[in-house]
Write a protein that binds this ligand. Structure first.
Ligand SMILES: Nc1nc2c(ncn2[C@@H]2O[C@H](COP(=O)(O)OP(=O)(O)O)[C@@H](O)[C@H]2O)c(=O)[nH]1
Ligand SMILES: [Mg+2]
Length: 330
């Protein structure tokens, strides 16, 4: 019997995947249990969630007892999305961060220069996206905190050095190491439908030094090592500003978010600092982002933009488009 989970449930599940502390995870799991349709088809899933909830509550207690040290290097989410740079040694991760953001990582020809995660903000039109540089993943070592980062990310940029004969094997090792930690770099994000302990995270393969004449051949090797590989491939040459811009656009577009500007009744719209929401979000979703109280008291909204006639009145279920201006009435 199919589980027939509702969009509301999937939203809660997505929040659970992105949760950054055990406490947040407890709240999300409770919400998921509440929203789950209760019938034969969800028996198994319900039991699974209840076990998880019990374990996570225990985790909250342990974290409290241990003080804040439970998760070192915690970086709060910021901006329109969180993108993790991942790859083997010298794959070009830090260079990508340096080109796309204001951060100033050490970029060097010797491996293992980056040991701690380093965040930076990537500007894209009027929004910013969080990028996080990470230490290399190898067949013998994965920093313990890294899996958690990847599992809760909105996007992974898996870096592959197009100029290195080691790149196919090293990149394949990254994929395999994460898979052994139940984390699959994939074309979409979410929990595996069969096994909730497996998380898929949307990823792109970025071939740095993609101008190398043998990059194609190396990619072919790599595909032979990973026959199930199906990620979109972007070749870049980070010495070329156009190529950097293309990468910036690809990263932003892969987040699948829209922007919405809010305006107060009788006041002109200020087209700065938009809210960002997943594609398909509604007026109600926007209200929730502005303030929980507003979401509760919301009666209707007026829209200026492409999702309605200018000034049209819509209900809370109205689906927004990128760059809509929204005037909410409580
Ligand atoms: N010319 C060129 N050099 C690159 C490119 N990508 C990476 N590099 C160089 O490759 C070396 C290793 O890059 P780095 O970002 O430090 O690798 P990491 O270990 O993955 O962080 C550095 O010297 C980078 O400047 C690229 O697209 N073009
Ligand atoms: Mg580095």
């Amino acid at each position: 019997m199919p589980a027939n989970l509702t969009p509301m449930y999937h939203k809660a599940e997505d929040a659970y995947r992105r949760a950054q502390s055990a406490e947040e995870r407890v709240a999300c799991l409770e919400e998921m249990l509440r929203l789950m349709p209760k019938h034969k088809g969800t028996d198994h899933l319900q039991a699974d969630l209840k076990t998880r909830l019990k374990e996570t509550r225990a985790e909250v207690q342990t974290e409290k007892a241990a003080g804040k040290s439970a998760r070192s290097y915690r970086i709060p989410r910021q901006g329109a999305g969180t993108v993790i740079l991942l790859g083997g040694p010298n794959a070009g991760k830090s260079r990508v961060l340096a080109e796309l953001t204001n951060a100033d990582p050490e970029v060097a020809d010797y491996p293992f220069t980056t040991r701690e995660p380093l965040p930076g903000m990537m500007p894209w039109e009027d929004v910013k996206v969080q990028l996080i540089d990470t230490p290399p993943v190898t067949d013998s070592h994965v920093e313990p905190y890294l899996t958690g980062y990847v599992r809760s990310a909105d996007l992974v940029l898996l870096c592959f050095d197009g100029s290195s004969d080691d790149a196919p094997e090293q990149t394949s090792d990254v994929i395999t190491q994460l898979e052994s930690r139940k984390t699959h770099l994939a074309t979409w994000s979410g929990f595996d439908e069969e096994d909730m302990s497996i998380v898929h995270v949307k990823s792109l393969l970025i071939v740095t030094r993609g101008d190398d004449p043998d990059a194609d051949e190396r990619l072919t090797f790599f595909r032979e090592m990973q026959p199930n590989f199906d990620l979109t491939v972007h070749r870049v040459d980070l010495d070329q500003p156009d190529s950097v811009d293309e990468l910036r656009n690809a990263a932003y577009e892969s987040l699948g978010v829209i922007r919405a500007y809010t305006k107060r009744p009788g006041k002109p719209a200020e087209l700065v600092d938009p809210f960002t929401l997943p594609e398909g979000s509604t007026v109600e979703d926007l209200a929730l982002k502005v303030h929980r109280d507003l979401a509760e008291s919301l009666k209707h909204a007026k829209i200026w933009g492409t999702s309605a006639q200018d000034g049209q009145t819509v209900g809370r279920e109205h689906v927004l488009h990128d760059r809509d201006v929204v005037e909410m009435h409580a």
